[in-house]
Design a binder for this molecule. Structure first.
Ligand code: NJP
Length: 235
């Protein structure tokens, strides 16, 4: 049975992925800060799971996450770096704390997880999946720093592929609009209102759609590596 660690598993894409992978025979480690939400997700899981309260910006938490996974399951085969957030606001508002927070979670947190899990992933010839964004491939106004962080995720994914070819598989999954708690992080403003209207009054993506793509990526035989997926709503 393969062991998969999923960060940001308390809601949205991460929660849907934990449930789908667990249903399909994976033992899943769910990491996030909100333990009560993780416990809610766990109601849909079989016994092959572990919940670890984790803030990916805290190196000690990340260390504990990997150690707890090894202690419970003996190995780590797959790391899904999904924890992330985006604040929607124009640059001219100059919300420096928000900019730093996005860098801390989306880039530094992701790097801490890769750094700590990598020796175990190399042992298993495992897989890293990074949840990037369409914002990793374009730059949109009002989300410039978020786009910058996701461009960085893209660069990290490409770099891992080039340096660790044949040792670990790595895949960048870049969703468009997914109906999750993502937009709830931003203070309500005209841009957020417009985005919520588009996200929730159209048939945009669900967390389950991204989970299905992740399952597909993980289902390929050893000689096949899907390195890049862009998935947009068809509206
Ligand atoms: O959003 P949401 P998504 N340490 O808010 C966790 C990308 N994406 O599922 O700690 C650990 O439901 C948070 O958990 P908690 C996006 O950039 C989305 O949409 O308990 N975990 C929660 O579980 C992100 O990388 C869309 O608050 C931390 C999770 O992150 C990924 O998809 C479009 C944390 C966020 O779940 C999942 O986001 C796109 C921390 N410090 C890319 N901070 C979209 N929804 O449209 C946050 O292009 N989390």
């Amino acid at each position: 049975m393969k062991t998969v660690i999923i960060t940001g598993a308390s809601s949205g894409i991460g929660a849907a992925t934990a449930i789908l992978l667990n249903k399909n025979g994976y033992q899943v480690v769910l990491a996030a800060r909100r333990l009560a939400k993780l416990q809610g997700v766990a109601k849909s899981l079989n016994a092959h799971h572990l919940l670890v309260e984790t803030d990916v910006t805290k190196v000690a938490d990340v260390k504990n996450l990997i150690e707890a996974s090894i202690q419970k399951f003996g190995k780590v085969d797959i790391l899904i770096n999904n924890a992330g957030l985006g604040y929607i606001a124009p640059l001219k508002e100059g919300k420096l704390e928000d900019w730093h927070r996005m860098i801390d979670v989306n880039i530094s947190g992701l790097l801490s997880c890769i750094h700590t899990a990598l020796p175990h992933l190399l042992e298993q010839k495992g897989t890293i999946i990074n949840i990037a964004s369409v914002a990793a491939h374009e730059v949109f106004p009002n989300t410039v720093v978020y786009c910058a962080t996701k461009h960085a995720v893209n660069a990290i994914t490409i770099g891992i592929r080039k340096e660790f070819r044949e040792q670990v598989k790595v895949c960048n999954i870049s969703p468009g609009a997914v109906q999750t708690e993502f937009l709830d992080q931003s203070e309500e403003n005209e841009n957020v209102k417009q985005m919520k209207d588009y996200f929730f009054n159209n048939e945009t993506l669900k967390g389950e759609d991204i989970a299905a793509v992740i399952l597909e990526v993980l289902s390929k035989p050893a000689h096949v590596a899907i390195n890049e997926v862009i998935i947009r709503p068809n509206v």
